[in-house]
Structure formats: C-alpha cells, structure tokens
Design a protein around this ligand. Sequence first.
Ligand SMILES: [Ca+2]
Ligand SMILES: [Ca+2]
Ligand SMILES: [Ca+2]
Length: 349
Amino acid sequence: MSEPSRSSSDPDKVADLVTPLSCSATVKTGALKCTSGIASASKTASKDVVGGQNVYVKLTSSNVSYNAGTEIFQFDCTVQNLLNESIGTPNGVVPDVSGIRVFFHQGPTADSGTGTITVANADGTATFTGVNQPYFQYNEVLAKNAVSTSHTWQLNVPSTVNTFTMDMYLATSVQPLIIINELLANPGGTISDANGEWIELYNAGTLAVDLQNLAIADSAASGRRPYHIIALSVPVGPGGYVVLGNTTNTTNNGGVPVDYAYGAAMAFANSLDAFKIARVWGTDTLTLDRTQYASAAISAQNGISRELKNPALDNSNMDGSNWVDASVSSVYGPGGRGTPKAQNAGFTP
Ligand SMILES: [Ca+2]
Ligand SMILES: [Ca+2]
Ligand SMILES: [Ca+2]
C-alpha cells in the first residue's frame, strides 16, 4: 500500500467566492436582518468558502440587543447548512479541526452615523479573503439542513452609529458527495479486461466537484492496490455523471465514454473485489465512498454492468438488492450492457 502525503497547509483552503452573507443592523432598536444573495457563482466542493444567504447556508440571529452603556451590540447566531453535502468535515464523517468559520469579509461598517465598529469576542483572526479577518467558529459537522448550536456574537458599536452592515462568508471543509453508481468488472466479447473495465461516479451534491487529486483504489489478491491519484481536472457538476476507465480509446474499451483513464492502476477480479474513492487529507486519506462484491455470478458478469438503483441508497455491497444488472435494452458501443455517463436504467425513484 502506498499512501500519498500532503503538507499540513491544505491548498484546497483557498477559495473561489460566492455571494457574501450580508447583514444590516439598526443599532438603537436592536434590529438585525441578514439577507442577500444571488448565489450564482460556481463553487467546487474541494474548495472551502461558502456564501449565499438562504441558498447554500443560512445565518439566523436571535436575542438581538444593544447596551448603550457598554456599547455592545449582541446577538445569538446559528448556521444552517442548505447544501446536500455536509460541512465542517472533509468527507462527511471526520470533523475538521478548523470547524465552520464565519468570517468578516467586509465590515462591520457604519452606514449612517459615525464611528468605528469592531468585533468584540471573535474566536480568532485569520487570512481568508484578506488579512486579519475576525471569525466565529462552530465546531460541528452539519449534514444537509442541520442547524448549528447558537453562538453569541458581540460587536463594539459606538452609540454615534445608527445603522451598520457587515458581509460574511463561511470558511469550511465541504464533503465531496461523490457516489459510486455503476461498475463493469468484466467486459464482454472481444474487449479485454485490461481495456474495458469502468466505474461511473455520480455527484449527489449541490456543488460541483473536480476529481483531480482525489484517490482511487481497488483490491488485489495481496491486499489493496496502491492508491491512484487522479492527475487531471475531471469536473462533475451537481447531478452529473463521470466515467473512469482503463483507456479513453473507444475502439479498445468497447465504446465506453471514459472521462478519465487510470491505465492499469485498477483491475477488477471475478470475485472478492472492491473499489473506493478517497480524499487526501494531511498525510492521510479519508474514504468518500466504497463498494465491494463477492459473487462473480452477480456482480462480475461478462459485459453486464451493475447499477445502483438510487444514489441515496447504501451502495456498499454490489451483490445486494440495492444494485441491479444493467438491462438487456441498455446497450453501449458494439454490445456492452450498461449506461455509462447517464442515469441508470435500473434507477428507482
Ligand atoms: Ca482488483
Ligand atoms: Ca475484470
Ligand atoms: Ca449509469
């Protein structure tokens, strides 16, 4: 086994930006309204800044108050994850030690009245979209629609300020929600094993994913084969399909539309084999999805792929009832059975 290493400075933590979460406050009445966003910009799940109030995430404030004596403007704030992907985690399971950070991109700045506003009780400052930006940190993994625990935010707001605004983003790890959706372990006819095996992946997430730098591996008689790091950009949009195979040569591979060729890095046996896709994280890898099979008669039939009935189902056992043989009417190339790069014929809503 070889496990790729990576330095602790995770290059994925630089982000392309989407619409900030924008909040405006009226100081004396203690009113706070967070709105915004046209979250139209694209964003890849291996990157890590999320914005777009009520689109990707939702900040909700309560118990808003202003103390004219201490000049503290205070409220309790929760974060809700509106993505299909989990946040605060690189793979959906393991918590990110950096948690979910809501940082100040711009402001808080007075809109009417005058005075300098500062964040009174930030959990820290760091460089996100600029240097020295205060942030509040939520140490949680939030699955789809989950709401965080409440965190009290305090701002120093001079009483000479009437209204102010602030723009925030979330800096967090996002789980790439990549599902192993179809697999052909043994090609049929004259197509060789070394050319015609393939795997279809489905992006069940809200955000686009680039498979580049993710790790794939399968089993071998001697244990797991070495990880293969996907070396090229392989974008897959939300609800999109992508096919990994031995070769992109459709004459040799039996007419499979392979998006990325892993060469000889993978080899699916007649029985007792497995496939996994993982994320490199620090000096380790974290599994994103994994499946296996034991029965050649079920999952390794010549020229017949195995299809997952629905990406939301447990796909860990290809021999099980959540998977189905590609139907006779699903033909690709000169005679393979399967639906590479398309919704499975066996899809069940
Ligand atoms: Ca194998
Ligand atoms: Ca095979
Ligand atoms: Ca398919």
